[in-house]
Design a protein around this ligand. Structure first.
Ligand code: HEM
Length: 315
């Protein structure tokens, strides 16, 4: 404590002789006591601050951002999820077994992850590629041999595309094995089939873009099949009767001409880089939204752990 008046302090005007020396001793003791007390207060405060670090949810900073109590009751945990802009995308409660990898194989999530990687690497590839008959193949050679990490970028995109096709099929296989196509998920199964077709179309349109022999002949064979489309192909059922010719049928529309040439390359590019990704992303959003609306991922009936079973109430 600070001195109350000047009499007992070392500079006190009233102190004299032995009295003054004993008063000086007392003053020193008091000052030591003050320092010890201060040190104790600092220690208590430091301990409290360290405790607060271990429990950040008790700090003012935390409470200013997250206003809901985060204790362990099911209600407040659910509120914590629902009132957070990022967490609310996830359901507040899920069936423990439905998210087990042994059940879902994580294939839907991984397909989506590969898709995002493909969008990213594809966007980077667009910086080096021109969809023109004159330079397309040269751009690919330039990417492979001269652009730093160009080969890696191209191969990430190509292998990613193969991987996505495999994963989407495995995902579909899992959904089939677990019977998740049944009611109420039949609509999402149909959305899934559309996503499968879009995934294959992405692969197919990407195939032509390097403008090499492989892609050229693959697209020649693929689009030749379109000649046999019922009603819309000039070789398909009722095509001729409806006036279809090689110059106005569905194949002509796909290629922008009657042969695989510059127009076909440009069309493949626009479908591959703009139209199909937009359509596929939209359907993916619908697909994920439906998973939530259909009651979350299907799964074995929820089970309770022995520790979760409550004793029946006694009256
Ligand atoms: C781009 C392609 C696709 C993506 C990104 C995708 C993504 C997902 C994701 C993340 C889930 C949550 C559960 C899980 O991971 O297994 C899911 C569920 C589901 N998917 Fe897909 N999917 C795709 C294609 C398909 C296909 C081709 C089908 C079937 C024809 C399909 C049918 C379903 C169904 C019925 C569910 C609900 C399953 C359940 O509740 O157990 N999806 N999908």
């Amino acid at each position: 404590m600070p001195e109350k008046n000047g009499t007992d302090g070392p500079n006190g005007a009233a102190g004299n002789g032995s009295d003054s020396s004993s008063a000086g001793g007392n003053g020193a003791k008091k000052r030591v006591a003050v320092i010890v007390e201060g040190a104790k207060a600092v220690r208590t405060q430091a301990t409290q601050e360290i405790k607060a670090l271990k429990h950040p949810e008790k700090t003012d900073l935390w409470k200013s951002m997250l206003r809901v109590k985060h204790d362990e009751t099911p209600r407040s945990r659910a509120l914590g999820v629902l009132s957070n802009v990022f967490l609310h995308l996830h359901p507040a409660k899920i069936n423990r077994d439905a998210v087990a990898y042994r059940y879902t194989w994580g294939m839907g999530g991984m397909t989506f992850y590969v898709y995002i990687t493909l969008v990213f690497t594809g966007t980077l590839l667009m910086f080096y590629y021109h969809p023109s008959k004159i330079v397309a193949f040269r751009d690919i050679l330039y990417l492979e041999h001269d652009v730093p990490f160009g080969k890696l970028l191209r191969n990430m995109h190509r292998w990613g595309a193969h991987l996505m096709v495999i994963m989407v099929e495995l995902h579909m296989f899992r959904v089939f094995l677990t019977g998740s196509y049944k009611s109420p998920r039949q609509f999402n199964w149909v959305v899934g089939v559309i996503l499968l077709v879009l995934t294959l179309l992405l692969s197919f349109t990407g195939y032509l873009l390097p403008d090499d022999q492989l892609g050229f002949w693959a697209v020649t064979v693929g689009t030749n099949m379109a000649r046999a489309t019922p009603l819309l192909g000039h070789d398909g059922p009722f095509g001729r009767q409806l006036g279809m010719t090689p110059f106005n049928d569905v194949r002509f529309g796909l290629l922008g001409g009657s042969i695989v040439d510059a127009n076909a390359l440009l069309r493949a590019y626009i479908w591959h880089c703009v139209a199909i990704p937009i359509i596929a992303s939209t359907f993916m959003v619908v697909h994920f939204w439906r998973v939530r609306k259909d009651g979350g991922i299907s799964g074995p009936a929820p089970v309770m752990l022995e520790s979760e079973i409550k004793e029946p109430r006694k009256f």
